[in-house]
Design a protein around this ligand. Structure first.
Ligand SMILES: [Zn+2]
Ligand SMILES: [Zn+2]
Ligand SMILES: [Zn+2]
Ligand SMILES: [Zn+2]
Ligand SMILES: [Zn+2]
Length: 584
């Protein structure tokens, strides 16, 4: 049983009410059709192909002849619709399910690219439809075949000659790839039909975007591509709406790919501002959903649609405009956000009080925020203005690249915001990067101080920044998340380098340095685990590799220093008079 904190009619925050458990679904779990009793299993299925979505691949089963199912169930609650829960206790790092995209294609803002493999356009075009493809093979490829015939019907061929600007013709591609399943594979199409669009809200909230899509996708397909009578306006808009709220970003590191894909099981994951799963995209664009933390049997499996570092009002704004819902997760309903204080500001009246919202999910500009120490009040509008001021400043290149300007911003922001507030964290992140750039410029190859040792002071400052950033990440993006992995790596390598510099300059005793290495080895090991599924060619994959190297180096150093310590011990020398290690 989960608990939810509900606003009372008076607008007073704090009443706790039970959320009823979800109901079992009497229809096919993925498409809502009548179940076929022939397809037995833990959920209801209309067909073999829909049960297969729940089955673990035979190669991964204990006995390939005995069916095994992914460890999830799908339940229903009227306010949220279908959602996924764990069917047994799940350990961190477990695969919850694996799946292939139902449809994929270039993103709407992608630069012109091959319509089969999505690599950047190279000037070659498909002999039939004149759209960019890499070569003959791609022109005949399975993906491109889904729209080639239809695009060939255009009386005026869309010739793309500017490869530096996105083209609206790409807006129709994934939509067409969804629609073609209606005749090619009705069971696949039934899943798309069941998926939620938010077209009512879309039409109401964003009229201009609605009419842009009406012209460039719906009218384009019906009038210009001659699909009148084949697809209705509703069908086309539904496919567009489903893609808008359900698609997963596809980007490949090695090739500049900017695409999106529709994944049937992933679309069942609800959002939570502190989530317990992550989706891992593989090089063939299939996807694994893995746990990032321990999930109890029956607990909801959740994913983050927004950055967990952002304050509640910013996350909620993005969720409302992108996904048309108001998040009511336990983090959003708690003014302290689980003790992370990522939205809280500081009281200028009493000096050190924390200002928090009376009702954290009241987003009216006049919503009252109050100092917990002296009772001084402010409102959401004033607080948002303060945030915007800092975010605008941080966008300026002369601020972002200047250590001095950023130090100044940190001092100012730390006076106005809680130390874990998003703005302060963001300044710290930018500062860490600025310090790294500065040391590279000065002490790297070609720098004025290229033959000198980097000063320990820079690492001391970076250590403070990274430790503070990490404290926030531990609270809002815990477990085996990618963000936590990157943070652990940055923090650990900085600690190790600082320890080494201090030890080598005889400012750190050997035993303490050994202790530091002993502490960092588990952090690096965990960073490696967080990033272990990063795809080849991605930045995360590079960090994963660097973390492995750093771990290896730390282990070698640990052995050498322990030998040295032992030798010194037997020689009767005290820890206080240790010679420095050889500089590398
Ligand atoms: Zn079905
Ligand atoms: Zn290609
Ligand atoms: Zn073609
Ligand atoms: Zn939330
Ligand atoms: Zn105060």
């Amino acid at each position: 049983m989960k608990f939810n904190i509900v606003e009372e009619d008076t607008g007073v925050y704090g009443r706790i009410e039970e959320i009823p458990d979800g109901e079992d679904i009497a229809t096919c779990f993925i498409c809502n059709a009548n179940p076929d009793p022939e397809f037995d299993g833990p959920l209801k299925y209309c067909s073999a192909s829909h049960r297969e979505l729940h089955e673990i691949d035979d190669v991964d089963r204990v006995d390939e002849n005995i069916l095994e199912f992914h460890p999830f169930r799908v339940l229903y609650r009227p306010e949220v619709g279908r959602y996924m829960v764990a069917s047994r206790d799940l350990q961190p790092g477990e695969v919850i399910f694996s799946e292939e995209p139902l449809a994929m294609g270039p993103s709407h803002d992608a630069l012109p690219c091959c319509l089969d493999c999505m690599k950047p356009a190279n000037g070659f075009v498909c002999p039939q439809c004149q759209m960019p493809v890499c070569e003959e093979m791609c022109a005949l490829g399975e993906e491109h075949a889904k729209e080639c015939d239809i695009l060939s019907r255009l009386k005026e061929k869309k010739i793309i000659d500017d490869f530096t600007e996105p083209s609206k013709i790409y807006w129709v591609i994934t939509t067409l790839r969804c629609l073609q399943w209606r005749d090619a594979d009705p069971e696949k199409y039934a899943i798309i039909q069941r998926m939620m669009d938010h077209n009512k809200e879309w039409k109401l909230d964003k009229e201009s975007s609605w009419s842009l899509y009406n012209e460039n996708v719906v009218s384009f397909l019906i009038d210009k591509c001659g699909l009148d009578g084949q697809y209705t306006e509703e069908e086309i808009f539904h496919a567009l709406g489903v893609l808008d709220v359900n698609s997963v970003k596809i980007n490949s590191g090695a090739q500049v790919v900017n695409g999106h894909g529709l994944y049937p099981l992933t679309s069942l994951l609800s959002h939570c501002c502190i989530s317990n799963s992550k989706t891992v995209l593989k090089s063939d664009y299939s996807l694994d959903c893995k746990t990032t933390s321990f999930i109890r049997a029956g607990e909801e499996i959740t994913k983050q649609y927004t950055s967990p570092l952002e304050p509640t009002q910013m996350r909620q704004e993005k969720l409302r405009s992108g996904w048309y819902f108001n998040c009511r997760c336990t983090r959003c309903l708690d003014p302290t956000e689980g003790g992370s204080f990522t939205s809280a500001t500081r009281c200028l009246r009493c000096g050190d009080g924390t200002i928090m919202p009376n009702n954290p999910v009241d987003f009216k500009p006049t919503s009252i925020w109050k100092c917990q120490t002296c009772g001084h009040t402010s409102n959401l509008e004033a607080i948002n203005k303060l945030i915007s001021y800092f975010l605008e400043k941080l966008k300026q290149p002369e601020v972002r690249s200047s250590v001095g300007a950023l130090e100044d911003m940190l001092e100012k922001s730390a006076r106005l915001f809680h130390p874990s507030h998003y703005v302060v964290t963001l300044v710290r992140i930018k500062m860490n990067v600025a310090y790294i750039d500065l040391t590279h410029r000065m002490f790297g190859d070609g720098g004025d101080h290229a033959d000198e040792q980097e000063p320990a002071e820079v690492y001391m400052r970076r250590k403070e920044l990274l430790d503070d950033i990490h404290k926030v990440i531990e609270l809002v993006d815990p477990g085996l998340s990618r963000r936590r992995g990157l943070s652990l790596f940055e923090m650990s390598t900085c600690h190790l380098q600082l320890g080494r510099l201090l030890y080598e300059s005889e400012r750190f005793p050997l035993e303490e340095f050994i202790q530091l290495i002993n502490n960092e080895i588990p952090s690096l090991t965990e960073a490696i685990e967080c990033l272990s599924d990063a795809r080849e060619g991605t930045n995360e994959n590079q960090i994963h590799y660097r973390a492995e190297c750093a771990l290896h180096e730390a282990e070698v150093m640990q052995r050498l220093l322990e030998q040295k310590n032992k030798a010194l011990g037997t020689a009767g020398a005290g820890a206080a008079i240790l010679p420095p290690a050889q500089s590398s």
